[in-house]
Design a binder for this molecule. Structure first.
Ligand code: SAH
Ligand code: SF4
Ligand code: F3S
Length: 474
C-alpha cells in the first residue's frame, strides 16, 4: 500500500519532508493528493502524458498507478478514428461508477479528443471537470484550482510555439531502457482523412539543444534507446537565431547519434514525400541509428493517394523504397494502411496488396476508413464503401501482412543480431525480451550477469510472424 504524504505527516515525515510540505502548502497546492493518467492513441500522446506528469508533480501531486487511490483521473485521449473516441467514452462510464463511491474525485480529459470537442465535452459528459488540449498542459495547475473551487476548467488553446522544451518528462511507466523524446508538435500536412492538424495545430520544431540535453540525461540515467517523435519527423527544421543556420532532421540525427555510440536512436513517423537520401545516408553511417523506418503508404493506388491528399503517388513511393533498399540494404520497413477510403474500388485495393508485396513490409498497422467530422474528406467526399466491403478488404490486407511478416522473420533464422535487452519475456521469467536494430522482438534464455539495458548477440533459431527466438551467441 502506498502512503499519501498526509498519512506520513502524522507518522514518519522527517524534517526536510515537512519543510517541503510547508513550501508546497504555501504555494496553495493540492498537497498529498494523487493523480492517475491513462493514455490512448499514438506515441505522441504517451510522451505528452510524461509532460503532464511532470507539471502535476511540480505542483505537489503524487503519481499513482492504482486508479482506486487517485484524487484526479486524467485520460489522455485520441480522436483518430471513431472507435478511439468510443473507447474513451466507455472508460468514462466506468469512471463515473468510481465517482459514485468517491464524490470528490476529479476527472480530466486531455489530448486530441479534448481539443476536438472542446467545451462540448462538458455538455456531453457531465462527470468531466477539466478539459485540456495538447498545447495547454502548463495551465493544468490553474485549471485544477478552478475545478476544486467547483467550476469547470477548460483550456483548448492551440499554440504556434509551444514545444515543452524546458519541461523534463516524468517517465512514470518506463522500463528504464527506452524512452520517447518529442522533437516537434503539430502537423502542416492536410491528409484529407486526418483529424490531427485540427487537434494538434500547426507544425513546430523543438530546439536541438534541449533535445540533445534530454538524450544525454537519459543516457546518464541508464537508458539505451531513444525514439524521436513527431507526426512528420522529416520536416523537422529549426533555425538558430544567432547564426541563422538551419538544423534539419538529418543534422538532428547526427547530433543525437553522437551523444554516445551505446545509445540507440529510433524515430517515428517518416513521411514518404519528405524522407530524403541524406537522412538515409546518415542512418547508414551510424551503427547506433536503428535500421528501421515506419513509412506509412496508406494506399497503393495513385488515384486514392491523390484523394487522400498525401502529395505523393505510387511511383514516388516505390522510388523512395528503392532508395532505402539501396542505401540501407538491411533496413526493415513498416507501414500504416487505410482500406475502404472514399471511392476505393477493387483495382485500388489490388494496388495496395501489390504495393505490400513489393515493399515486403515487416509489419503494418491496418485500419478501415473512419470518417472524421470536419476533415476535408468528410466535407468533400462521400464515405461510400459499405462497411462489409471495408472489413473484407481489411481482412485480406491483414492476412497478406501476416504472411509477409512471417516470411520476413523466417529469413532471419540463422542470423545473429545485436539485441538490446528490455526485460523479462511475457512467456517466462527465464527468458529475456529485447529488440534488434530492425525493431523485431527477440526472445532468448537468460544468462547469468545480464540485465535490461545490456547489449547481447543473439543467434536466431526460430521465428513466428511476431517474434524471433534465439540463443546468446557471444
Ligand atoms: N503522421 C502519421 C500518421 C498519424 S495517424 C503519418 O502521416 O503517417 C496514424 C495512422 O492512423 C495514419 O497513418 C492512418 O493510417 C490512420 N488514420 C488516420 N486517420 C484515419 C481515419 N480517418 N480512418 C482510418 N485510419 C486513419
Ligand atoms: Fe495526419 Fe497526414 Fe499529418 Fe500524418 S501527415 S498526422 S496522416 S495530416
Ligand atoms: Fe490520436 Fe491525437 Fe495521436 S488523434 S493518433 S492521439 S495525434
Amino acid at each position: 500500500m502506498l502512503y499519501k504524504i498526509e498519512d506520513q505527516a502524522t507518522s514518519k515525515m522527517d524534517e526536510s519532508r515537512q519543510g517541503e510540505a510547508l513550501f508546497l502548502e504555501r504555494k496553495g497546492q493540492a498537497l498529498g493528493k494523487f493523480y492517475y493518467i491513462e493514455s490512448y492513441g499514438c506515441q505522441m500522446n504517451f510522451s505528452d502524458s510524461e509532460i503532464v506528469a511532470s507539471v502535476l508533480s511540480d505542483e505537489g501531486l503524487s503519481s499513482t498507478r492504482n486508479i482506486l487511490e487517485a484524487d484526479f483521473v486524467f485520460l489522455n485521449t485520441c480522436s483518430i478514428r471513431e472507435k478511439a473516441e468510443e473507447t474513451v467514452r466507455k472508460r468514462l462510464k466506468e469512471i463515473a461508477a468510481l465517482k459514485k463511491s468517491k464524490k470528490d474525485l476529479m476527472v480530466g480529459v486531455l489530448g486530441c479528443m479534448a481539443e476536438r470537442l472542446k467545451s462540448k465535452f462538458l455538455e456531453e459528459e457531465k462527470l468531466v471537470d477539466i478539459v485540456v488540449g495538447p498545447d495547454a498542459y502548463r495551465d493544468l495547475p490553474r485549471l485544477i484550482q478552478i475545478a476544486e473551487e467547483g467550476d469547470k476548467g477548460v483550456n483548448v488553446f492551440l499554440s504556434k510555439e509551444e514545444t515543452y522544451a524546458d519541461i523534463a518528462p516524468l517517465r512514470f511507466d518506463s522500463n528504464g531502457v527506452s524512452a520517447y523524446i518529442s522533437i516537434m508538435r503539430g502537423c502542416d500536412n492536410m491528409c484529407s482523412f486526418c483529424v490531427v492538424p485540427y487537434t494538434r495545430g500547426r507544425e513546430r520544431s523543438r530546439d536541438p539543444f534541449s533535445i540533445v540535453a534530454e538524450a544525454h540525461d537519459l543516457f546518464n540515467n541508464g537508458y539505451r534507446e531513444v525514439t524521436l517523435l513527431g507526426q512528420n519527423v522529416d520536416s523537422y527544421k529549426w533555425q538558430n537565431p544567432e547564426s541563422e543556420t538551419w538544423v534539419r532532421f538529418s543534422d538532428l540525427l547526427v547530433l543525437v547519434a553522437e551523444v554516445n555510440p551505446l545509445l540507440r536512436i529510433r524515430f517515428s513517423t517518416s513521411h514518404p514525400k519528405d524522407i530524403t537520401d541524406e537522412v538515409l545516408r546518415t542512418m547508414a553511417s551510424y551503427p547506433n541509428i536503428c535500421k528501421y523506418i515506419h513509412l506509412p503508404v496508406q494506399s497503393g493506388s495513385s488515384r486514392i493517394l491523390s484523394l487522400m491528399n498525401r502529395t505523393y503517388d505510387r511511383e514516388w513511393y516505390i522510388e523512395r523504397i528503392n532508395s532505402i533498399k539501396s542505401i540501407i540494404p538491411d533496413c526493415a520497413i513498416s507501414s500504416d494502411i487505410i482500406t475502404g477510403f472514399c471511392t476505393e474500388d477493387e483495382k485500388d485495393h489490388q494496388d495496395t496488396l501489390s504495393m505490400m508485396q513489393y515493399v515486403e513490409y515487416c509489419m503494418s498497422y491496418m485500419f478501415f476508413y473512419s470518417e472524421r467530422p470536419g476533415t476535408p474528406a468528410a466535407r468533400k467526399l462521400k464515405d461510400d464503401i459499405p462497411e462489409a466491403i471495408k472489413k473484407e478488404r481489411l481482412n485480406e490486407i491483414i492476412r497478406l501482412q501476416h504472411q509477409l511478416s512471417y516470411q520476413h522473420n523466417q529469413k532471419d533464422i540463422g542470423k545473429t543480431f545485436e539485441v538490446l535487452i528490455e526485460g523479462n519475456s511475457k512467456r517466462s521469467d527465464q527468458m529475456f525480451k529485447g529488440r534488434n536494430s530492425q525493431n523485431k522482438k527477440v526472445i532468448f534464455p537468460k544468462e547469468h550477469g545480464l540485465k535490461p539495458g545490456d547489449y547481447v548477440l543473439v543467434k536466431i533459431e526460430s521465428a513466428s510472424s511476431a517474434t524471433l527466438t534465439g540463443i546468446i551467441d557471444n
